[in-house]
Design a protein around this ligand. Sequence first.
Ligand code: GLP
Length: 234
Amino acid sequence: MANIRYVKVADKKEAAEVVLERMREELAGGLEVLGLATGSTMEPIYAAWADSNLDFSRVISFNLDEYVGLGADNPNSYAWFMNHHLFSKKPFKETNIPDGTSGDLEEECEEYEARLRDAGIDLQFLGVGENGHIAFNEPGTPFTSITHLTQLTESTLGVNSQYFEDRSEIPETALTMGISSILSAKKIILIAFGEKKRHALEQLIKGKETTKYPITALLSHPDVTIITDLDGIK
Ligand code: GLP
C-alpha cells in the first residue's frame, strides 16, 4: 500500500537508531506535539532518546492509554512507565496521560480527547498487541472511536499480566485514545518486534480494513511507517 512504508531492521538496537534519527529530523522540522506509546517495544527506543542530545523541552506529549485505577505511583501504571523510562530523563514542555484514577472517567475521556484534538498530534508512536490491538482498542472497536473507557480482552489480560506480580492485580478496564483519535495524527510510526506480532502485521499487509484487527485502520492513513525486525513483512 502506497501510504505505508516498511522499514526492516536487524534488531531492537537498529530500530532504536532508526527512530532516533527520525526523531532528530522531526524535531529539526518543527515537531511540537508527540504521541507516545508504552509497552516493552518502546523501552529500547526511549533508552536511546534518554542517552541522546535530543531536546524535547518545546514538545507537548500525549500518551495513548492508561489502566483504570492505577496512579503514577503504581509501577504498573503507564504514567509510572513514562516517568521511569523517559520523562525523568528528558524534560518535556508538557506531558499528558489519561488519568485512570479520575472520579469521573467519562469526563476525563472527553477532556483528553478535546485536549489532543486542540493540540493536533504531529507524530504518533504505536505498538501493536498480539491480537492486533492498537493502544487499548481491542478487536471490534469502531474506527470512528474517540478516547473512551474500554474492557480489556482475555488475550490482552493474559499477555499484559506478565508485568503484574499476580494475575488478579491487572485492571480489566482502561482509558484509551480511540482509533479516530490515533488516525488524526499527521504521521504514525508503528514498531513491532518478534514472531508474536507477525499475525497482526500480516493482517495489515492483506490490505483489507476490518474492525476484527484494529491495526488495519492504519490502511486509511496517509503517512505510516512500520519498523519491524520480522522478515518478509512489506
Ligand atoms: C499494551 C499497550 C499497547 C501496546 C501493546 C504492546 O497493550 N496498551 O499500546 O502497543 O501493549 O506491548 P509490547 O510492546 O509490550 O508488546
